[in-house]
Design a protein around this ligand. Sequence first.
Ligand code: NAD
Length: 283
Amino acid sequence: SAEVIYGKQLAEELRQEMKKEVSELHKHNIHPKLVVVIIGQDPASMSYVKGKQRASEKIGLDSELMELPESTSEKELLDLIDQLNQDQTVHGILVQLPLPNHIEDQKVIEAINPEKDVDGFHPINVGRLLTGQETFYPCTPYGIMVMLKRANITIEGKHVVIIGRSNLVGKPVGQLLLNENATVTHCHSRTKNLRDHTKQADILIVAAGKAGLISGDDIEEGTIVIDVGVNRVDGKLTGDVDFESASEKASHITPVPKGVGPMTITMLLHNTIKAAKRIHNHQ
Ligand code: NAD
């Protein structure tokens, strides 16, 4: 049966390393700082940002959570971002999405200075990723790459099948893999005969947000399965993959929870440290 790749464990190791790095930076008078902005009180979003803030503080980052009321106007938010862009003590800016309907997500994303865009959503950074340049990579896709590498999985030449084509997960993870010489297939909600594709995968990345979409019947022996999905079923957190049946055939598999999730925040911390080093021209 499959080797289980625990992102949680890897995330803890990486955060220990980052904690040391941050205290080294402090000696050079560099204090990496992340500002997280949230509008309104959506419970899921609140719990995400609290998690991000807690993780930041644990490794010694300066972090600030700005909680703004639902009634905040687009102009007010853009003005705030402008201030944060100019603030020399701030290195990473993250605006928690989705925003209320009266604010255009894309306008806000584009207002963030690309050098402080630790989510990697600004079109400049998306373009840099597309053209294979060094940039801030979106945290979930980046976390998946680090997990594959730390599990000693070769990417070059592998056929990677990705279920999902969102700007948040599917597309950027495909691009990162392509940059590392994988052969990439994207499946999505209009794909016909999904199983014909998933059976071809050396590595299967499932990011659809549909509990139980993939089971052991959908893969061949020896497939590497990365489950990105986060679904709540009867109050329990579960992925997109039926772990029981898939782990009987997979060579490696990530669980939900304790899989990809913890790596996402870890890469946000990584990006914040990277932003601070870049802004201060520190090697
Ligand atoms: P999304 O809803 O924006 O995109 C889902 C994608 O899956 C779409 O491209 C859609 O075409 C495809 N899809 C949906 N149903 C399908 C089906 N039946 N067959 C084939 N394709 C199908 O979601 P997202 O933001 O990309 O997130 C995907 C999942 O990953 C969600 O469950 C989300 O909660 C989770 N997620 C987890 C983390 C993490 O840190 N663990 C981070 C981001 C997203």
